[in-house]
Design a protein around this ligand. Structure first.
Ligand SMILES: Nc1ncnc2c1ncn2[C@@H]1O[C@H](COP(=O)(O)OP(=O)(O)OP(=O)(O)O)[C@@H](O)[C@H]1O
Length: 343
């Protein structure tokens, strides 16, 4: 099921074009207000483009003067909060979609029972949604959405409303059920991206600023948002064959012409704080910066200094009494800086 979309929605500042190939999961990421939910609404048929066209398997779904209604698109949306029929049992909720699309009663029963096993809730088949935990309800919502075999599945942060300890099992369920299905997944979570998405599209201010296969986009991010998602510092400048702008030495793992614009990526864990008068070891570049903020990062503290973040131990941060506004010297080894062309 192939989706093609080109749409302009001026009142939302949206001007976007994207394709999703058959069986592919595309992660749509971007800052708050970038337009991710609006793209889902366009595809679901609850928002009309002022210009452009949306097709699913060659069928025209939306233009400025055509809007196939949401129920007639074979597109299903799964939202953050599971929406289940409160008066129907778990099994009836799953069977509902099947029956609505004309599956005979007996087949629908068999399919429902298969789905109950798939989501691990056979025991709870007769419960009402109000008797389920958030994670259980979301499993039922996934089964109901997918059992009805939509051509395209839209997932809008399906794990965001759940406790952190139920997310891994749900992610694993999604990994299984999305494997062969055409899906667009809106998420803020890099784990969703790396475990579920074949491709990533980055939306900012209503425009697509970067897209490509997940591993490639995360290995060579081009934009700050993508770099943060990938967990690296990203600097941009001109390559002189050894350094970027004469200040940051790095290693290019592919031919990069002198004088071209490059990106330099370095992990915060590879940025060291040079204490007091400490001399940098050979091959280490020193950058003088001012601390802008500090935030916890696992069992480390991430110290941001301008465009560079360093992951430091709490002991070191305490010893140095680091505060926003402090002047620091950061050391980065050339071998830890990956250089690649800016696109
Ligand atoms: N129902 C609406 N009516 C008018 N404008 C809207 C509506 N919903 C969103 N917008 C605007 O459209 C733009 C895109 O918002 P959208 O919700 O699509 O972004 P998003 O990337 O999904 O953000 P978030 O990550 O915060 O959910 C924003 O400027 C927003 O204020």
């Amino acid at each position: 099921m192939t989706l093609t979309l080109e749409a302009v929605v001026p009142e939302r500042g949206l001007h976007v074009a994207l394709d999703v190939a058959d069986g592919e999961t595309l992660a749509l990421v971007g800052p708050n207000g970038a337009g991710k939910s609006s793209v889902l609404s366009l595809i679901a048929g609850t928002l009309r483009p002022a210009a452009g066209r949306i097709t699913l398997d060659g069928r025209l779904l939306s233009t400025s003067d055509l809007l196939v209604p949401p129920h007639d698109r074979a597109v299903t949306t799964l939202a953050q909060d599971p929406v289940l029929f409160p008066h129907l049992s778990v099994a009836q909720n799953i069977a509902f979609g099947l029956r609505a699309q004309g599956t005979p009663r007996r087949r629908a029963r068999e399919e429902t029972s298969r789905w109950l096993t798939e989501i691990g809730l056979e025991e709870l088949a007769d419960r009402k949604p109000s008797q389920l935990s958030g994670g259980q309800a979301q499993r039922v919502a996934i089964a109901r959405a997918v059992a009805a075999t939509p051509r395209l599945l839209l997932l809008d942060e399906p794990m965001a409303a759940l406790d952190i300890d139920v997310a891994p099992a749900l992610r694993e369920l999604l990994r299984r059920v999305l494997a062969e299905r055409t899906t667009i997944l809106v998420t803020h979570d890099v784990l969703d991206v790396v475990t579920l998405a074949d491709r990533v599209a980055v939306l900012e201010d209503g425009r697509l600023i970067e897209s490509g296969p997940t591993a490639e986009v995360l290995a060579r991010p081009q934009e700050q948002f993508t770099a943060r998602l990938a967990g690296v510092n990203l600097l941009t400048g001109t390559w002189d064959g050894r350094t970027v702008d004469g200040t940051l030495a790095g290693v290019a793992h592919e031919p990069v012409s002198v004088g071209t614009r490059v990106r330099a990526a370095v992990r915060p864990a590879h940025v060291e704080l040079l204490e007091g008068g400490a001399h940098p070891s050979p091959g280490t570049m020193v950058l003088a910066r001012q601390v802008t903020d500090l935030e916890p990062r696992g069992d480390l503290v991430q110290v941001r200094a301008g465009e560079i973040a360093a992951d430091l131990t709490p002991q070191l941060v305490a010893r140095q009494r680091l505060r926003p506004g402090d002047e620091v010297r950061l050391g980065i080894r050339a071998a830890d800086v990956a250089i690649y062309p800016a696109r």
